[in-house]
Design a protein around this ligand. Structure first.
Ligand SMILES: [Fe+2]
Length: 221
């Protein structure tokens, strides 16, 4: 999306976005919380906010298919993801893949990320499906990428791995269907494996204010 994104009707006019959002809803309904009450509570919060957006028949803004260098890895990531546990969600992403708007989200991009990172949103304050208290999207990493340590103030973030293998804070390896929860203020750093890209679905839950102007604070060494 750009700041001049055009209105493109309502959600009920766009089966492709409805099915994609339904797959998110299913992922946050049937995904495993691993006994964590914090993860379970976050999953419920995402479901409730998503259900409200769907019920309100949210506005849809037009995407223009803005690409970044990392998009060279997108179809490999989707192909791999279609063989994994999250294939239903991956298939709905493939339907809209060519029209997604990929962005960096930073005024000054951390060194080394220019060709290895980008994200695209499906739902959020800037659309394409407009929602003020929840952001849903995907982040794509090339192989051998290090996404530097950062934190989000006022936003609870979760990732669901859709394709490839990633590690967060060197404390575990996450493959398709794995969920990672980053509570507000939690510093996290992501690395990806040597030969295959990583596609993570993400959800940000926060106030309308914090989601409209998300601050990604990088930790200086
Ligand atoms: Fe993050």
């Amino acid at each position: 999306m750009t700041e001049t994104a055009q209105s493109f009707g309502r959600l009920n006019d766009h089966a492709e976005w409805r099915y994609l959002l339904r797959e998110f809803e299913l992922a946050y309904r049937h995904g495993q919380a691993g006994g964590s009450s914090k993860i379970r509570a976050h999953m419920k919060e995402v479901r409730l906010r998503l259900a409200a957006a769907i019920k309100s028949n949210s506005s849809v803004l037009e995407c223009v298919g803005q690409r970044l260098p990392v998009c060279a890895h997108l179809h490999r990531a989707l192909d791999n993801g279609m063989e994994g546990a999250m294939r239903s969600l991956v298939r709905t992403i493939e339907v809209v893949a060519d029209r997604l708007d990929w962005r960096y989200g930073y005024d000054r991009l951390p060194k080394g990320l220019e060709k290895k990172y980008g994200f695209a949103e499906f739902l959020g304050p800037q659309g394409p499906v407009v929602c003020n208290d929840l952001t849903l999207g995907v982040v794509l990493f090339a192989p051998q990428c290090t996404y530097p340590a950062h934190k989000h103030d006022g936003i609870t973030e979760s990732y669901i791995c859709l394709s490839g293998a990633a590690s967060e804070n060197d404390s575990g390896v996450y493959t398709p269907r794995s969920m990672i929860l980053n509570l507000p203020g939690h510093t996290h750093r992501i690395t990806t494996s040597d030969h295959e890209p990583v596609l993570l679905a993400y959800a940000w839950a926060g106030s309308a204010d914090s989601l409209a102007r998300p601050e990604m604070n990088f930790k200086r060494k």
